[in-house]
Design a protein around this ligand. Structure first.
Ligand code: FES
Length: 149
């Protein structure tokens, strides 16, 4: 029979507890802790001059955003301009405007959107994203929500 005095017993309990924390608690904490919060802010990017906006229908523009080209559709809809993201809400492919059928089409899985971006058919779960627009002077700017860590 092993006889242990009170001091040795307490040492073993403390050692065991610290080991348990090291093996279980700390890794669990780092696994479950929330990732760093991202802040999002809307930044506006120059797209074109106002004279280039469509008088009717849909025009596609390229904007330069942080040295990368981004497509944006500007649509004249109900006497207003709206800016639509070309990113399909299903799995993120880029949609194309089909002038003959008067709809946006996604070639990946057949998603279809109306001129105002609402879903006409296929798997997309939501309308194309409307982007905020601003006309400053005679220039059109489109807003994007960008994430920062
Ligand atoms: S990604 Fe557009 S329909 Fe699937």
């Amino acid at each position: 029979m092993i006889v242990m005095n009170r001091r040795d017993f307490l040492k073993k309990v403390v050692t065991f507890s610290l080991s348990l924390m090291g093996i279980v608690v700390f890794p669990l904490y780092f696994y479950l802790k929330p990732t760093r919060l991202k802040t999002k802010s809307t930044e506006f990017f120059y797209v074109t001059i106002e004279d280039n906006l469509p008088k009717k229908g849909v025009n596609r523009f390229k904007a330069l955003i942080n040295d990368k080209k981004m497509l944006v559709y500007i649509v004249k809809y109900n006497d207003e301009w709206i800016a639509l993201s070309p990113v399909c809400t299903h799995l993120g492919c880029l949609v194309n405007w089909n002038r003959n059928k008067n709809e946006f089409q996604c070639c990946c899985h057949g998603g279809r959107y109306a001129m105002d971006g609402t879903v006409l058919g296929g798997p997309p779960p939501a309308s194309l994203t409307r982007l905020p627009m601003e006309i400053r002077g005679d220039k059109l700017f489109v807003g994007l929500r960008l994430s920062y860590k």
